[in-house]
Structure formats: structure tokens, C-alpha cells
Design a protein. Structure first.
Length: 61
């Protein structure tokens, strides 16, 4: 498993938590920060998944 996948998953969880707290307290800035962090985590996770696929393809050949 690629380090990007681990870091991306952690960012997604952290972003979701920020987003939930922001919604609970009515803080729009915190909600948007959490949403952005969650999206960034998804992108980083996707990059890690792509790297994993490339490594598997190289090993398979």
C-alpha cells in the first residue's frame, strides 16, 4: 500500500470531522475547510491507488 493512500485516508477522516464540527457549531469557514481537506484526501488517496496499480503492473511483467 502506498504512503499516499494512508495519508489521503487520514486527511479524509480529519476533513470529515472538521466538516461535522463546523456544521454542528454553525461555523461556515470550518465546514468549508473540512470539505476541502476531505476532497484533498480523496485526491491523494486516488494518486496512491494509481501508484499501487503501476507497481503491480511492473511486477507482473
Amino acid at each position: 500500500m502506498d504512503k499516499d493512500r494512508i495519508a489521503g485516508s487520514a486527511k479524509q477522516v480529519k476533513g470529515a470531522a472538521k466538516e461535522a464540527v463546523g456544521k454542528a457549531v454553525g461555523d461556515a469557514k470550518l465546514t468549508s475547510e473540512g470539505s476541502a481537506e476531505k476532497a484533498g484526501g480523496k485526491a491523494q488517496n486516488a494518486v496512491g491507488g494509481f501508484k499501487d496499480k503501476v507497481r503491480q503492473a511492473i511486477k507482473g511483467k
